[in-house]
Design a protein around this ligand. Structure first.
Ligand code: PLP
Length: 402
């Protein structure tokens, strides 16, 4: 007899399970295309050189200590991070109607923001793209939302955005519902709306009085250009929307395990800012009290130093251009092999992930026969493809489809 007898075994988390299987696999040519983390040409994790530089400087700074940060985290980090998202010419920033709070990476930003919306504003319904990053549903439901709804996003047959379905589903949303929008480099499809399509989306969001909650996990990482990747968020803000935006430094700084993130709030009324901040403070206090400092100090150090900031820009370009290059190579290899189907979507997509179009059985075959670890949905992380394994990956896809 145990206190825990009634606890049922929960389902495994696919992406972490894949990494475990990959680690335990001793096949020499194994490839991990499951986890969304950058790999060097040799398939190794990469600590950004600029991060190492910052860490060394911080380690030698005797003025830093291990005292608690405030509940809302390191102020300099949040200020610089919010500016990076909204742009230095942002009107809400100049008018102090926009602010950020340091949180536990992108997931923590979503969680704190969602809990605020559910518990302080009584929001119950949220929308996420079909498909989306697999954690949106769980985070929002755990934060107190009651109803998870999908809007159509991916058109399977066209292997492209289903704009019509997207707009129709938002048009049918109840007034005041919260809609999660990927700021750039949509996960898992790698397919983003064009600027013109964002205009149409914004129109429906406005008409239906929905609340846009942006998820920005890939700023700079997608195109190599911080401003370009923030376009959609800035467009909404310039249109006068009030928004939340979850910012993650996992990918663009490679700070995956430092849990470094920022929740950005843009309000249309300066008079509300203090109250909103105070309620977010209470939510964080009741969750984890205050955030860790290491990652936030690194980001603040880099963003506040022109030379390091430029170096970071170079590091981002190294990652984004390798991904773009690997998309090209993978497509070329598949086309050269004459692999059935069209492969232009591989190069049309952007960011870390690609939706290959492989179905569940084919994806499983890739894992079991070729030791290429990928999600059942056919999603692959382009970061795991390197000049050293691209041919093997292409040949394996070819074998799977023929
Ligand atoms: N949102 C999206 C769309 C993501 O792809 C990810 C990570 O893969 C996250 C949020 C959260 O990442 P983290 O909590 O590691 O910052």
């Amino acid at each position: 007899m145990s206190f825990f007898d009634s606890v049922e075994l929960g389902p495994p988390i696919e992406v972490f399970q894949l990494t475990k299987q990959y680690t335990e696999d001793d096949f020499p040519q194994k490839v991990n295309l499951g986890v969304g983390a950058y790999r060097t040409d040799d398939g190794k994790p990469w600590v950004l050189p600029v991060v190492r530089t910052a860490e060394k400087a911080l380690a030698n700074d005797d003025s830093l200590n291990k005292e608690y940060l405030p509940v809302l985290g390191l102020d300099l980090f949040s200020v610089l991070s919010t500016k990076m998202l909204l742009g230095s010419d942002s009107v809400p920033l100049a008018e102090n109607r926009a602010f950020g709070v340091q949180v536990l990476s992108g997931t923590g930003a979503l969680r704190v923001g969602a809990e605020f919306l559910a518990k302080r504003l009584g929001k119950t319904v949220f929308y996420f793209s079909k498909p989306t990053w697999e954690n949106h549903r769980l985070v929002f439901l755990n934060a107190g939302f009651q109803e998870a709804r999908e809007y159509r996003y991916w058109h399977e047959a066209n292997r492209a955005l289903d704009l019509e379905g997207f707009l129709e589903d938002l048009n049918n949303a109840p007034e005041g519902a919260v809609v999660i929008l990927h700021a750039c480099a949509h996960n898992p499809t790698g397919c983003d709306p064009t600027q013109e399509q964002w205009g149409q989306i914004a129109k429906v969001v406005k008409e239906r009085k929905l609340f846009p909650f942006f998820d920005s996990a890939y700023q700079g990482f997608a195109s190599g250009d911080l401003n370009k990747d923030a376009w959609a968020v800035r467009f909404f803000v310039n249109q006068g929307f009030e928004i939340f935006c979850a910012q993650s430094y996992a990918k663009n700084f490679g700070l995956y395990n430092e849990r470094t993130g920022n929740l950005v709030v843009v309000s249309n009324n300066l008079a509300n800012v203090a109250a909103v901040k105070s309620q977010i403070t209470l939510i964080i206090r009741g969750n984890y009290s205050n955030p860790p400092s290491h990652g936030a100090r690194i980001v603040a150090y880099v963003l506040s130093n022109k030379e390091l900031n430029d170096q970071w820009g170079e590091n981002i370009k190294t990652m984004s251009s390798r991904i773009i290059q690997m998309r090209k190579r993978l497509r070329e290899e598949l086309e050269a092999l004459g692999t059935p189907g069209s492969w232009n979507h591989i190069t049309d997509q952007i960011g870390m992930f690609s939706y290959t179009g492989l179905n569940e059985a084919q994806s499983l075959h890739m894992v079991q026969k070729h030791h290429i670890y990928m999600l059942k949905s056919g999603r692959i992380s382009m970061c795991g493809i390197t000049p050293n394994n691209v041919q093997y990956v292409a040949k394996s896809i070819h074998e799977t489809l023929t």
